[in-house]
Write a protein that binds this ligand. Structure first.
Ligand SMILES: [Zn+2]
Length: 167
């Protein structure tokens, strides 16, 4: 995806709805972690392709698990973040590692549809996901997911406030 924040819509919505099983911040921030690869390739100027090993399901699994491990070490920071966002947060080591991997896989899936140079099934060189949806369809889905997420989040804050005032 040209802009990493586009990923926040679909991954935020999925992570928010399934937050009982998915660690929301780890799942969403995996998008930032994986796109560090694109940033590095651009900075070092090694040319094309800009999407490399991290943007594959196979090596992405390693990246996701490593991110999960780092996130586990930074757990107090994540707890603080969720407290500020007023989202109930319960997690554990396994949930964090799995969410890191799932977050990377979900990113690879979307990027695989969007970018011709992503090789999701590396070492297979073909990308069967590419163009399953058009660029504008992918972007619209991302934006719509973000809007639904925002509505759900605002509604949950309102019900929480109401509960506080009535109790
Ligand atoms: Zn990417």
């Amino acid at each position: 995806m040209p802009v990493t924040p586009y990923h926040f819509g679909p991954s935020g919505l999925l992570g928010y709805i399934f937050r009982k099983w998915i660690d929301l911040p780890v799942f969403v921030l995996a998008n930032v972690v994986i796109d560090v690869e694109v940033l590095l390739v651009n900075m070092i100027n090694t040319g094309r392709p800009i999407h490399r090993l991290s943007h594959t399901f196979l090596f992405g699994t390693v990246v996701g698990a490593a991110w999960g491990l780092v996130a586990y070490l930074g757990l107090p920071g994540l707890k603080w973040l969720m407290k500020v966002a007023k989202i109930p947060y319960q997690t554990n080591g396994l949930k964090i590692i799995l969410s890191g991997i799932l977050g990377v896989w979900f990113h690879v899936l979307i990027d695989g549809i969007y970018h011709y140079d992503v090789k999701p099934f590396w070492p297979m060189r073909k990308n069967p996901l590419f163009n399953l949806l058009s660029h504008s369809q992918v972007k619209w889905i991302c934006v719509i997911c973000f809007v639904i997420l925002a509505v759900l989040y605002i509604l949950s804050l309102r019900t929480k406030n109401r509960r506080k005032t009535t109790s």
